[in-house]
Design a protein. Structure first.
Length: 314
């Protein structure tokens, strides 16, 4: 295992609260960091781009005022060429010296150079071992394996397979995401070889998340069978809640047929698409309420410690 030094002693649980489009904001990040879980949000959630500066100052002020533990916070950067504000966001991240950056949908080389220059860390999220190798060659500090069952743009490879495949050639920090919603799943990720678990869907159903109340209620009522993997929203496959898709006029048959739209290139268009249909992972099967983050983390810690102490063979 290879947990970064800046994370050692700074966490009450081996968890990163994943950055979620239109859901993660400074309130959620501050709450997770105060609770002892690394918090993160997509830079694109701050709109206009100038708001990113304000959000980071808000998080930094909370860190400075913290009377006890405050876990590291991170920013997710989308590296796809369609992200026209990437350079501006990188400059803001560097100016604020964000503890860690999560890169998605592109080669992280330039971001690694910029973030390493001030001593920050870069994690690259991947859905295949091939992508992990490319990110490692670029010099990242950690790999986030986004396996089958994760919310949003998830992969299709089993977490059991993906994490073990990457561990065969990578001895650095490794994070596992995909249908982890309780402390037992967090512990299972460690047993498989991960340093940290990546939880997204579970944190949508919290008081501090920016999700609409109806979205949170749908998570509580949903089961794994209500998650559909489809490309009809943005042209790239992602996991969504079926009730929100049907409310938008889609049918299960058309969704499974994979009749995707052209890939959305405009941020406003993408935001509108994801605002009207709601993403979630298979972890909804274990979500039954929407507590505040502090309460949730205490529950996760209890489950995690029970899992650590439970022998498999008496």
């Amino acid at each position: 295992m290879s947990l970064p030094d800046s994370f050692r002693g700074a966490l009450r649980l081996p968890v990163i609260a994943a950055p979620m489009f239109l859901v993660s904001g400074p309130e959620l990040v501050i709450a997770t960091c105060r609770a002892g879980v690394a918090g993160s949000f997509p830079a694109l959630n701050a709109r206009p781009a100038s708001q990113l500066d304000d959000w980071l100052m808000q998080i930094e002020a909370a860190r400075a005022a913290a009377q006890s533990m405050f876990a590291p916070h991170g920013i997710n950067l989308i590296l796809h060429p369609g992200n026209t504000r990437l350079r501006e966001d990188v400059e803001t991240v560097v100016r604020h010296r964000a503890p860690f950056v999560i890169t998605s949908l592109g080669h992280p080389g330039a971001v690694v150079e910029a973030v390493h220059a001030y001593g920050g860390l870069v994690f690259s999220d991947v859905i295949h071992a091939h992508h992990a190798r490319k990110a490692i060659e670029a010099g990242v500090d950690g790999i986030i394996a986004v396996a089958a069952g994760a919310g949003g743009h998830a992969g299709t490879q089993s977490p059991f397979s993906l994490i073990r495949e990457i561990r065969e050639f990578w001895d650095g920090c490794l994070v596992l995401g995909g249908a982890i919603s309780d402390g037992y799943g967090i512990r299972a990720a460690e047993v498989l070889g991960a340093d940290l678990a990546y939880l997204g869907t579970r944190f949508i159903a919290t008081k501090e998340a920016q999700a609409q109340p109806a979205y949170k209620q749908m998570l509580i009522e949903a089961r794994a069978q209500d998650i559909v993997y489809t490309d009809v929203i943005s042209g790239a496959n992602a996991n969504f809640l079926l009730p929100s898709l049907t409310a938008a006029g889609h049918t299960r048959e058309s969704l499974h047929a994979g009749i995707g739209k052209a890939v959305l290139k405009d941020l406003a268009e993408e935001a509108k698409a994801w605002r009207d249909v709601w993403s979630a992972g298979h972890g909804v099967a274990n979500i039954h309420d929407a507590p505040d983050v502090a309460t949730l983390v205490e529950r996760l810690r209890g489950e995690y410690h029970t899992a650590c102490q439970t022998p498999t063979i008496a």
